[in-house]
Design a protein around this ligand. Structure first.
Ligand code: SAH
Length: 242
């Protein structure tokens, strides 16, 4: 089922609130919505079901990354723990020049992302199946990305260990978080030092069309991450650095 006129209107209005003209991308988002509904029927991919929820909490929430002036030019972007493609697919739809790798450990989600990339005809996007803890040690991926994004994957201490090894020097990693990010920031400093990372800043704002608070946490890279990180699969989560 494509997006209804109400869903389209919501997407356009939310886009405007973010300073984006989504008119040229309406068909792509409508198709993605349809694919998500169908994919969810076959294999549960996301807890979000209704049209309003998907438009607000998947599409627009993903696009809040574009509040940041970080997406110009041909950049290599890793979406770490993309699930069914968020925030990576919306970002790629609106910024087609980005080279996007969408990584997840769950095969059925990666299969869905692959299908969506093909159906939407997205060039320069690929789905990658595997654990971040292992892929971050592959020469092809280590310190190979100008941007790393992650939404709803893990607490910051864990996420920093999983994501910073992928980040190139001078790169920026953006973690999409809820309002209570303060708790996660305390103690992060020590972990960042171990990983060669720095805290660049935190931006807090409301989602378009709702009052829900969100934060974007920006991490930078001061020096290469020591090769012992990330530790073996599951260890960053079981025994976090902070
Ligand atoms: N970013 C998506 C999905 C969030 S759910 C969204 O916002 O909707 C978290 C996802 O991260 C899951 O799909 C899980 O498989 C993936 N994930 C968690 N730890 C991971 C790891 N170590 N390596 C790869 N993927 C991981």
């Amino acid at each position: 089922m494509p997006l209804s006129p109400k869903g389209r209107e919501m997407l356009l209005q939310g886009g405007e609130a973010l300073g984006l003209d989504l008119v040229p991308h309406l068909e792509a988002f409508s198709r993605l919505y349809d694919l998500l509904l169908e994919g969810n029927r076959r294999a549960s991919l996301t807890a979000l079901q209704g049209e309003e929820e998907i438009v607000l909490k998947h599409f627009l929430d993903s696009l809040t990354l574009l509040r940041l002036p970080l997406w110009e030019g041909p950049l290599k972007v890793l979406d770490l723990g993309t699930g069914p493609g968020f925030p990576g697919l919306p970002l790629k739809i609106v910024r087609p020049e980005l080279e996007m790798v969408l990584l997840d450990a769950t095969k059925k989600k990666v299969a869905f992302v692959e299908e969506a990339i093909a159906a939407l005809g997205l060039k320069g996007a690929r789905a990658l199946w595997g654990r971040a803890e292992l892929l971050a040690h592959a020469p092809e991926h280590r310190e190979a990305y100008g941007r790393v994004v992650a939404r709803a994957v893990a607490p910051l201490c864990v996420l920093a260990e999983l994501g910073l090894p992928f980040l190139a020097l001078e790169g920026v990693m953006v973690a999409q978080k809820g309002p209570r990010v303060g708790e996660e920031l305390s103690g992060l400093q020590g972990a960042l030092e171990a990983l060669g990372g720095t805290l660049l800043g935190v931006e807090t704002f409301s989602l378009p069309l709702t009052e829900e608070r969100r934060s974007l946490v920006l991490l930078g890279k001061a020096c290469p991450t020591p090769i012992r990180y990330p530790r073996r699969p599951g260890v960053p989560e079981r025994n976090p650095l902070c």
